[in-house]
Design a protein around this ligand. Sequence first.
Ligand SMILES: Nc1ncnc2c1ncn2[C@@H]1O[C@H](COP(=O)(O)OP(=O)(O)O)[C@@H](O)[C@H]1O
Ligand SMILES: O=P(O)(O)OC[C@H](O)CO
Length: 497
Amino acid sequence: MEKYILSIDQGTTSSRAILFDKNGNIKHVSQREFKQYFPQGGWVEHDANEIWTSVLAVIASVLNENNVSPSQIEGIGITNQRETAVVWDKNTGRPIYHAIVWQSRQTQDICADLKSKDLEPIFREKTGLLLDPYFSGTKVKWILDNVDGAREKAEKGDLLFGTIDTWLIWKFTGDVHVTDYSNASRTLMYNIHDLKWDDELLEYLEVPSSMLPEVKPSSEVYGYTQKHHFFGEEIAIAGVAGDQQAALFGQACFEKGDVKNTYGTGGFMLMNTGEKAVKSESGLLTTLAYGIDGKVNYALEGSIFVSGSAIQWLRDGLRMIKTAPDSEDYANRVKTTEGVYVVPAFVGLGTPYWDSEARGAIFGLTRGTEKEHFIRATLESLCYQTRDVLEAMEKDSGIEVETLRVDGGAVKNNFLMQFQADIVNTPVERPEVNETTALGAAYLAGLAVGFWKSKDEIQQRWKLETEFKPELEEEEREKLYKGWKTAVKATQAFKLD
Ligand SMILES: Nc1ncnc2c1ncn2[C@@H]1O[C@H](COP(=O)(O)OP(=O)(O)O)[C@@H](O)[C@H]1O
Ligand SMILES: O=P(O)(O)OC[C@H](O)CO
């Protein structure tokens, strides 16, 4: 019977279960969307129990619909939306509040307070991150400050914190409370140089250390699924990485200077910087890429909060398109946006602006503006944001990016990929396996259980599907980009009290 690695990709809008065979090919996929909660402007929350049941449901359907028996699974890899914080009672197993999602802005005041005490440089130095609501630490503090009795319980040692990987492992195993380096490095509480939870930062955030999971390498056996959750089988959970780091691994970006760019709900560019943590002067994050074979690799990261979700907004919010892929056809119906720019700063701006108060804006409308221009401008905004990040990346690393390996849901859009190549003047490479996030987690798990032998073997499997070559003249490219910069500046200038 054929053997597989099961990869669980728990993303911001959906959970996926994917079975990979020995050749690293996708054999079967099951996906389920779950509810997004927006309790107030700029807040985004999930129900952690619904996330858990969505994961169980996709596993059940990927096995049942394809007649795969659990005994054919050699190991499980988990990759997850990062930073999203869950706090649960370890005695009842119940979350005490919704999971606060990475995009959520509800800890803006906590960040402002910490900044006013001049603490940002210490957080930046130790964690490689910034004092932005994006990261988990202030979300945990918010839950402890705002849920009745939570702080008392936390101090008694009754509450546990986890990012989604930790929550899922705890649910699968019943008692294992762990995370991996890549996820820990997104919490604002983990010292990425000492590889330890940092007591000083925990004090500033008022988070008891008893809540924190044990931090482990990204590729090893963390525990086994309880039989009743897994159709009678105890299966090794053997690989964990935050989704962006998993995509870096799945794209076989193992060498210093290798870069990948993902277009999912958000957009994330990561450059592997090897065993060295590189500091950024341009608003990039320094983060842990993965830990394997007794070593850790670091990465520089540019984070864009709204990427593919801008297309979801066209679909669900504005009802301009029926499906996300329809956006390509509309964009191709016009030659340019005729000066229209959409800045999708719905939850503020990440790299390189880090402006948590900015909100979305549209510029350049005329009586002649049509839906097609609007849709095209929204797609183009994903590419302009990527150029902002790429410029910062090249500056801080001192490395010129020669090709951009891409992945994520939106890369199927050929218009988007061609415009991306044009606006960054760099070839864009789309691989055969687009599910590189899930593939990365599968590789990490497969290496731990001997399903695959080495990173070299993985490197050889990476295959190009399409290369998009830059075609735009320099003058036109720079004119378009200049318009974008002007639009961002105007967006940042607009702030309501
Ligand atoms: N053909 C397309 N063109 C543009 N955007 C797309 C297309 N297909 C999917 N998307 C966008 O990609 C995102 C889904 O990507 P995915 O990698 O599955 O996200 P996540 O892992 O964050 O849930 C959605 O926001 C969707 O709007
Ligand atoms: O759900 P995605 O794929 O957009 O990823 C979310 C990121 O991990 C947030 O940092």
